[in-house]
Design a binder for this molecule. Sequence first.
Ligand SMILES: *Cc1c(COP(=O)(O)O)cnc(C)c1O
Length: 381
Amino acid sequence: MTNRIPVAEPTLSGNERKYVLDCLDTNWISSNGKYIGMFEKSFADFCGVKHAIACNNGTTSLHLALVALGLAPGDEVIIPTVTYIATANCVRYCHATPVLVDVEPGTLNIDPAAIEAAITPKTRGIIPVHLYGHPAKMDLIRSIAEKHKLFVLEDAAEAHGATHGGKRVGSLGTVASFSFFGNKIVTTGEGGMLTTDDDALADKMRLLRGQGMDPKRRYWFPVIGYNYRMTNIQAAIGLGQMEQIDEKLSKRRTIGTWYNNELAHLSEEIELPYEETGSRHSYWMYNIFLKTGSEQRRDMVMKIMDQAGIETRPVFYPMHVMPPYAETTQYPVADSWACRGINLPTHEGLTESCIKRIANHLNQAIRQTSGLDTNFTARAA
Ligand SMILES: *Cc1c(COP(=O)(O)O)cnc(C)c1O
């Protein structure tokens, strides 16, 4: 009986345990305590920015950034239609409108040309998502934003350590948001982080994170804030994780290389991930896309893998097919690509023999489903 291979799994092999026990032994278990400042400092240094503000998860951090940026009811924010639901929801939490745009083939990152076309007088900002660890085209996005005086909130939840033009994500927009959920590259169980070089924005985000309490006058609340604080225990785990970030990223690169080697012979059948010039992928998830067939075929491939003890996941369903954001608009790239995409297991516990086993079963699943390889059926059909 072979072991099941999960799609993601945390690796807690450094000082995480020691630091958590220190929190318990010293009674510093809430959102005061030394690990929060230490984790924030190490994360800011890692991203190459002045400020990092820890939050209780990567959805509250997105929301906090939008509130601090002054997003108001009726405003519009441009987001890619292919993303995790939190990107769209955080805009709605502000009673603003997420304006969906199409993505680019291959990376499924936001298409800069589509952004330009979606700008209206109500547009306030753009949330590019570095999907699955590949940076969005930030040079182009920033110049569009500058031209139209828009903010850029990087949703870097999936891309810790990825770079674009030699700079790390988290330092490429007005502000960036990260997630430390259990399946992310760096984890604190649940957790989030905001990074920025803007002093005033950082102050505002810190204020709003702690119920809006005046930092100079305890229990005085000049504004309505939130409790979006991270605990010392979460930060203790995060600091332990950050001490090993280089090893984490290099192991993910190695896994990417192993997959590329093992899957090269399937290039007639599947698209493999690639890196755009000037970008460095952090491989949160290694994705493949079936070149032909429908969503049903993709789901069948995943089912066959599951029966062989290999967990996989479908690439995110586009926002425009989700009930709260449903539209009849066609997004040709998202519609044709997302339903053919599969996330393969990507985590630090994988060995080269695991990758060979996964590749072998993927090969078999592709052969077994070639009968379902009929014309591509568009989702809208
Ligand atoms: C994980 C994730 C988030 C935030 O998720 P939390 O689970 O709230 O930490 C936001 N955006 C994207 C794209 C994500 O993948």
